[in-house]
Design a protein around this ligand. Structure first.
Ligand SMILES: [Ca+2]
Ligand SMILES: [Ca+2]
Ligand SMILES: [Ca+2]
Length: 129
């Protein structure tokens, strides 16, 4: 599915979901709805991890199941990339992406119900930037 098309669907779903009555949605909200594959307005750990793994596979141009610095350009200098690279191999493996995302999930789940609602994700993304 083309990204523009799935964003359009997400906006329609948001409108139908009654999540908010606004005409415009933030990038975080649109991404949230795309990630929320079962449409319960909560991101489970699986849904959260699938987004990261999907991104990894899109970025992984040489197909070694890892994000290498030359595949992401300047993002490789990002603290998040360096933090995630726990064995300091210079690349992010699938395992490293999963463990980093699980840590993110725990940090973002402020009410500790084992799922992320849109407020939790919005707050977490705001803190990260
Ligand atoms: Ca869900
Ligand atoms: Ca790679
Ligand atoms: Ca939560």
């Amino acid at each position: 599915m083309k990204p523009a098309f799935s964003a359009l669907i997400a906006i329609c779903l948001l409108a139908l979901s009654g999540l908010s009555a606004r005409a415009e949605y933030t990038v975080v909200e649109v991404n949230f709805i795309i990630a929320d594959t079962n449409g319960d307005l909560l991101l489970s750990k699986t849904e959260y991890l699938l987004v990261a793994l999907d991104a990894l596979h899109k970025l992984d141009k040489n197909g070694n199941d890892a994000i290498d610095p030359d595949e992401i350009g300047d993002l490789a200098k990002d603290a998040e990339f360096e933090d995630g690279d726990s064995d300091k191999s210079g690349s992010l493996s699938v395992e490293e992406v999963i463990s980093e995302k699980l840590a993110d999930f725990e940090a973002a789940d402020t009410n500790k119900d084992g799922a992320l609602n849109v407020e939790e994700v919005t707050e977490f993304e705001a803190k990260k930037n």
